[in-house]
Design a protein around this ligand. Structure first.
Ligand SMILES: Nc1ncnc2c1ncn2[C@@H]1O[C@H](COP(=O)(O)OP(=O)(O)OP(=O)(O)O)[C@@H](O)[C@H]1O
Ligand SMILES: O=P(O)(O)OC[C@H]1O[C@H](OP(=O)(O)OP(=O)(O)O)[C@H](O)[C@@H]1O
Length: 216
């Protein structure tokens, strides 16, 4: 039997993802050593390998088959636009992709003015403004602390993740339009889905059972 390789997004979702995998019997004790600098972990018995990578890179590893399976936010899946199968919503990392800004910016949006939109997610922003709203805007790519942009006059609005809304509130901004709900998804390489169909189907079914149980 060959190894099934998992690419998981490091960061805020990593621990919860590992907890869910543990519930379906996939464990990697070695991963729990906080001092370890090792990047990939093997469970010889279960014939699995697990690695953590930057969230943005998970779809790339999976599309190229360097990982059979990935767990990553829907935002990253939409932004990266890779060829993969999205098989299950894990229900963790729930948040929303929104257009936000000072409340005065609502008028600019309603009037379809050519505004500047700052975001870490240029493809999601383009798709929303160009394809869904048919509104011409200038997209400015940033890499973090996006909420700064309307405050310092770099852009009129932002496209960003909103979870509790605290970051917006504490900076005098608000949600102006909602683009879509987000959560972590399991994605599968298209060839692996065929070649390892039995193992991957079992894994998906086991996950469904655990997730249904969690909801009860
Ligand atoms: N409040 C939140 N802010 C950002 N992402 C969130 C939030 N809640 C859930 N998520 C989900 O968690 C994923 C990973 O977020 P995280 O901040 O760990 O990584 P990141 O944005 O790649 O961070 P960095 O670039 O700072 O390493 C996001 O892609 C999103 O799907
Ligand atoms: O609605 P809230 O609960 O306040 O969460 C949303 C904030 O969290 C994320 O930022 P993150 O902490 O990942 O930092 P970043 O801005 O550097 O990406 C996101 O980009 C928002 O800024």
């Amino acid at each position: 039997m060959r190894y099934l390789t998992f690419a998981l997004a490091k960061g805020r979702m990593a621990n919860k993802t590992l907890e869910i995998l543990e519930k379906i019997g996939y464990t990697c004790e070695e991963m729990k050593d906080p001092k370890s600098r090792k990047l990939i972990f093997t469970n010889e018995e279960q014939k699995i390998k697990i690695f953590l990578s930057k969230a943005n890179d998970v779809p790339t590893y999976v599309e190229y088959g360097a990982a059979d399976i990935g767990v990553v936010g829907k935002d990253t899946i939409l932004e990266e636009g890779r060829k993969l199968y999205e098989v299950i919503d894990l229900g963790i990392g729930k948040c929303r992709m929104c257009v936000a800004g000072p409340k005065e910016a609502k008028k600019l949006l309603e009037n379809g003015e050519i505004i500047r939109v700052a975001t870490k997610y240029p493809n999601i922003a383009k798709d929303y403004f160009y394809n869904k709203k048919h509104q011409t805007v200038e997209i400015i790519k940033l890499n973090g602390s996006i909420e700064l942009a309307p405050i310092v006059g770099l852009a009129e609005v932002i496209v960003d993740i909103v979870e509790t809304g605290s970051t917006l509130r504490e900076n005098g901004l608000e949600v102006l339009e909602e683009i879509c709900p987000l959560s972590a998804r399991m994605v599968v390489n298209q060839v692996s889905m065929k070649m390892e169909n039995e193992r991957i189907t079992k894994l998906i079914n086991d996950l469904r059972e655990v997730l249904a149980h969690n909801k009860e």
